[in-house]
Design a protein around this ligand. Structure first.
Ligand SMILES: [Zn+2]
Length: 128
């Protein structure tokens, strides 16, 4: 399982990619906003709600974070742009594709990330 390709599409194995931030000694230590973005996509694929909550700014994290609906398939992530604003702020533009009940879905968002206490967090996003 951990030798499987990472869901984020980096080309690396899960354990050597997003898996490092999902648990183990480097838990939550994604080094930049793009790495955090990728790890959050992989967490969606794996239904890792605890990781999503832990990497979401508390003031914007929904109370009712829901697991994937039955039958949802995540198809892939494309990171379009990673913009570093300063040491603790960055944005990542991405497209995430999924399929539910035979219907293709596409999420195109520019997300804002902020580093607090040394850890990157997802703050919010603007749909493109
Ligand atoms: Zn990954």
């Amino acid at each position: 399982m951990n030798d499987a390709p990472c869901p984020c599409g980096s080309g690396g194995a899960y354990a050597a990619c997003c898996g490092r931030w999902h648990d183990g000694p480097l838990h939550l230590q994604a080094p930049d906003a793009e790495a955090l973005m990728r790890s959050r996509y992989s967490a969606y694929v794996r239904d890792d709600l605890a990781y999503l909550r832990a990497t979401w700014a508390p003031e914007t994290c929904p109370d009712d974070l829901a697991p994937n609906p039955p039958g949802l398939r995540w198809l892939g992530l494309e990171v379009r742009r990673h913009t570093v604003l300063d040491a603790d702020h960055a944005t990542v533009e991405f497209v995430a594709r999924s399929k539910l009940g035979g219907r293709a879905q596409r999420l195109h968002e520019t997300s804002r990330f902020e580093r607090r206490g040394g850890l990157w967090l997802y703050v919010d996003g603007v749909l493109r």
